[in-house]
Design a protein around this ligand. Structure first.
Ligand code: PMP
Length: 283
């Protein structure tokens, strides 16, 4: 693989970041993951806008302009002949002596991008749906900033795997916040799409924004409010969205089947409609 590091395209074995990098020492870094289908970038403007927001919230310096970031994505996709997969992007506060105090504002950020080949379209998860386990949401209070502090989500996913499930849903004050790496939804018995409203407690999913638009266009009613695990278990359908999973049905929550325990028609329709629009608008 060819990897982008601070202005250069290098073979992955030669792509290096300092041990004093603040991303490594403090998780002082933000990231984005943009899906690639047919060699084109899915929802790129949304990912770029969210990156800007994450950088601004943490006072991280900008590593490049939007046009440059798009050009780097395209160059990396091209150099790696990537048809299907994603581009991972990360910006850290750069290299400095280890200190809780931020380094001088002119410290250059570390800017890394790499590609990952993966068929996210024809997946077992999309065909058969996910089984999820609930876990308490013990993450920090600014989950709207896309930082690389992914230890707890990683632990939660391992806990779910130990229970024979595919993923975990976080629960806080009695309601579902989101999945370890996706936004969570139910389809109510009235046929409405319900998902938690945006705030500091969840990541503002780029796929979520696109999905809600598509749902509206299909004439589905959208309710942005929280739901409990019991409401999800008793719902008509459940599903998640992310740049990695697009729209993926959830068929079981804490050992209880959702609906008839198979991917539901609304989740299937939304997946197809989302992909149609996303592919048509891909850069
Ligand atoms: N929530 C969390 C916690 C995530 O990590 C992700 C994926 N990065 C999402 C939601 C989905 O966001 P997106 O649709 O932008 O991939």
């Amino acid at each position: 693989r060819i990897v982008y590091v601070n202005g250069a395209y290098r073979p992955e074995t030669e792509a290096k970041v300092s041990v004093f990098d603040r991303g490594f020492l403090f998780a002082d870094a933000v990231y984005e993951v943009t899906a690639v289908i047919g060699g084109k970038l899915i929802d790129f403007p949304g990912h770029c806008a969210r990156l800007r927001r994450s950088l601004a919230e943490l006072g991280l310096p900008s590593p490049a302009t939007d046009d440059e970031i798009l050009a780097i994505h395209r160059e990396l996709v091209s150099r790696n002949a990537l048809e299907l997969g994603h581009v991972y992007l990360m910006v850290t506060r750069g290299e400095a002596d280890r200190d809780f105090v931020f380094p001088k504002a002119d410290t250059p950020p570390s800017f890394v991008l790499f590609t990952q080949r993966r068929d996210a379209i024809e997946t077992r998860e999309a065909e058969q749906g996910l089984k999820v386990a609930s876990v308490p949401d013990l993450r920090w209070g600014r989950r709207d900033i896309k930082t690389v502090q992914l230890l707890y989500p990683s632990m939660a996913k391992m806990e779910a795997k130990r229970k024979g499930k595919d993923d975990a849903w976080f629960v806080e004050n009695g309601t579902v916040t989101e999945g370890t790496s996706n936004n969570a939804y139910i389809v109510t018995h009235d046929g409405a799409i319900r998902t938690r409203a945006l705030g500091h407690d969840i990541l503002h999913g780029i796929t979520r924004a696109a999905l809600l638009k598509v749902a509206g266009e299909l004439g589905l009613h959208v309710e942005e409010r929280p739901f409990t695990i019991e409401e999800a278990q008793g719902a008509r359908e459940a599903f998640v969205t992310s740049a990695g999973a697009f729209v993926t049905p959830v068929v079981e929550i804490d050992d209880v089947a959702v609906g008839d325990g198979r991917p539901g028609p609304i989740a299937r329709r939304l997946r197809a409609a989302y992909l149609d629009v996303a592919i048509a608008e891909a850069l």
